[in-house]
Design a protein around this ligand. Sequence first.
Ligand code: BGC
Length: 764
Amino acid sequence: MPSRSPRPRSVASVAAALAMTAAPLTVATLPAQAAEARVDNPFVGATQYVNDYWSAHVEATAAQAGGDLGAQMQAIAEEPTSVWMDRISAIEGNADGPGLRYHLDAALAQQQGDTPIVVNLVIYDLPGRDCYALASNGELPATAEGMARYRTEYIDPIAAILDDPAYENLRIVATIEPDSLPNLVTNISEPLCQEAAPYYREGVAYALDALHDVGNVYSYIDAAHAGWLGWPSNAQPAAQLFAEVVGDTEAGFDSVAGFVTNTANSTPLAEPFLEDVQLGSTPVRSATFYQWNADFDETDWTAHLYDLLVAEGFPSSIGMLIDTSRNGWGGPERPTELSSSTNLDTYVDESRVDRRTHRGAWCNPDGAGIGERPQVEPAGYPESHLDAFVWVKPPGESDGSSEEIPNDQGKHFDRMCDPTFASPKLDGLLTGALGGAPLSGQWFEAQFEMLVANAYPAIDGDEPSEPDTTAPSAPSGLVAGAVSATSAEVSWDASSDDTRVTGYTVLVDGAAAGTTATTSFTLTGLDPDTSYAVTVTARDAAGNVSAASSALTVTTAEAGSGDDVEAPTAPGDLAASAATEDSVTLGWSASSDDTGVTGYTVLRDGAEVGEVTGTSFTDSGLDADTAYSYSVTAHDAAGNVSAPATVSARTAPGDQEPSGECAVTYTANSWNTGFTGSLTIENTSGADLTGWTLTFSFPDGQQITQGWSAQYSQSGADVTVTPADWNRTLAAGASVSVGFNGTHSGANGAPASFALNGTSCTVG
Ligand code: BGC
C-alpha cells in the first residue's frame, strides 16, 4: 500500500513501533461461560479495547515531538479508538493493519477478569460508498454485483468471525456505514447518490440483520452531525428514513442500540457562548454561519434527533454516541467570551468555538483539536440520551489527500481536502483543510500534532498514560426503605472515585437485579416473607467496578391469608388515539388482577401527569409539534403496581390547517431521463388508518421502475401505492415517507392531485 507522510523521517520509527506491537499475542484459553445477556448501554460496566496499531503511531509521534507536546500525546496513547473495516481486505488484514480476528483476540487479552470489554468497530464498505465526495470512495460499485459482493465478501465474513463462540463475551459496538443514509436525505439530487440509494438502504438493512444475528453486537447507525442534518427539513426526513430502513430489518427496532453522530467530523459538542436567541430583533440562527439551523452543536443535534426517532417509533431506550475525537477546538484561537458586536455575523464569528470557514468543511480542518476523552454516560446532557463519547475517527488519521495519490482502494482526490480551493459546496469559501495530507485513513503526523496542541479540554501531559484503573469506593450506608410483601426500597450513600462515579448495580443474593444512576432502587418481584441479601457496587466512567457494599438483609412482609401480593397485568394496546396542538389522548385496554384494578397512573417523560380509573386519559397544556413519551401502570387496592406500558406521541404542528383528511408532499429530483420521486403522506383525518391506498396520475407519461417503503402498481398514467407491512397503520396525525425511481422523457411534471383511501388530499 503506498503511504505518504508529510515527514518521511517518521515512517521508520512508526514501522519499528508497529513491528513491536505486531508480535504474536498469547491469548489464554478462557473457561467456557454462557454468553452475556444483552444490556441497554454496552459501555456501562465495561472497559474498551485499545488498538495497539493506533497507539504505536501515537507513541512514535510523541517520541519525535518530545517536550510537553510529546507528553500530551503520550497521555492519550491508551485511549480506545474504533477499528475500521474499510475494505474487504481489512477483514483478514492488509498493509494498513492486522485483521478482525487479531483485534478480537487482542481485546480478549486486554480483558480484566470478568469485566466486559467493548470493541468499537466501523462497518464501512457499501456499494457506491461516499457518493457525494471522492476522498473515501470505495472498492464496490453501485451495482447489483457490488451489492452481492458486499453481502458475501464483506458482511457475511465479518458476521461469521464475530459469531465465533470465542468472542461471545466481547461487547461489539458497530458504527454502521458513516455518511450513507444522511447522503440520501440531502444529496439525492446527485446522480451518484441516486444510483447508490437502493444499495445503501438494502446494504444497511442487511448489515443490521447479519450483526443482530450474532447476538453480542450493538449497532449504532451513523446520523451525520448538527451542521448537516440539523435543519428541521433535513432532520425529520432523516428520522423517517432511519425508521424505514430499520423497519425493513428482521428484528425491526431491536436491531439497533442507537445512533452515532459527528463521525469523523469536527462539529463541537457545545457552543458555550452562543444560544439560539435574538440579537436585537434577529434570531442568532439566521447568521451566515448557521443558515437558520438551530442545532449549533452535537448536544443540540442528539437531543433533537432522539425526540424525532422516538416519535417515529424507536424505543425510548435507544442511546446516542458522539464522536468527540476531533471536535475540541481549543488552542489560542478559541474565543473566551461572548462577542459584544451588534452585527450578527461578527457576533457569531467572534463567539463560536467552531473555527471552520463553513460548517460543511469536513476535510482535515485546520485549527481543530481533540475533544472530550471517551467517556461512559457523560453527565450534563440528559436530553441527548448519551450512551458514551467515543473516538470513532482515530485522531491523526487523514480524511483525504490534498492532491491526487494513486491507490488500489477506489479513493479519489477530493478538492475539499485542498487548502487552496474555494469550494462551491462552501458558498465559495476556502476549504480550510490542512495541507500536505496523505490518503484518507493514513497517519497524518502534522494533523495529529495540531489536534493534540488544540485539544479541548486541554490534555494534561503530566497525567499518567495508563488508563484509569482505580475502582470507586464500595457503597456504604445501605438501608431499607418501604418494604411490602413483594417489593423493597433500598438506598445508600454516594461512592467516591478519582474520576467520576457514573452509577450503581444492585445485587440480590449476588445476582444483579438492576442498575441506577441515583443512590436508591426499588426491588420488585420478591417473594413474601423471605429474606434477601442485598449488596450494591459502584462503577466509574472508565468502567471500573467497586467492591460490593456490606450486605443488607431485607425481609419482605408476610403475605398473610388476605394479603394481596399479585401485581395487575400491564395495560394492553396503549396508543395515542388523538393528538391536537396542545393535547394527546391515550387509550389502553384494561389490566386484570386477582383482587381488582383500582386505577391507572399516567406518566409523561417519567413524571406523573394523571391518575384515572378508566382506560383513557387526555394530557393537555402541551407544546405543539413536540414528541412526548408516555407510560401507564395499573395498580390494585393493596398498592401492587403493574409493569408499565409505554408509547410515544407527538402533538400536532401549531400552524396546521385542518383543511383535509390527508396532506401529501411530492418532490422529484430529475436527471437525464431518470428521476427519484419522494412522497410524504400525512393522515390528517383525526382517526387512525389501519390500511391505506394512495392514488395519483402522472401528467407526462412517467413510469415507475423501482420503489421503496411501499408497493407500487401502475396502469398507464395511474399509480396505486399500498403500504409495506410495517407502515400499514397510519395513526392520526402521523405521516409516512415513501419513494421510487422512475423514467421520464423530457417533461417531468408533478401529479396534480392525490387521494388517500379515495379522499382527496391537500397538496403541499
Ligand atoms: C477512510 C478509511 C479509514 C477511516 C479511519 C476514512 O475516511 O476512508 O479508509 O479507515 O477514515 O481513518
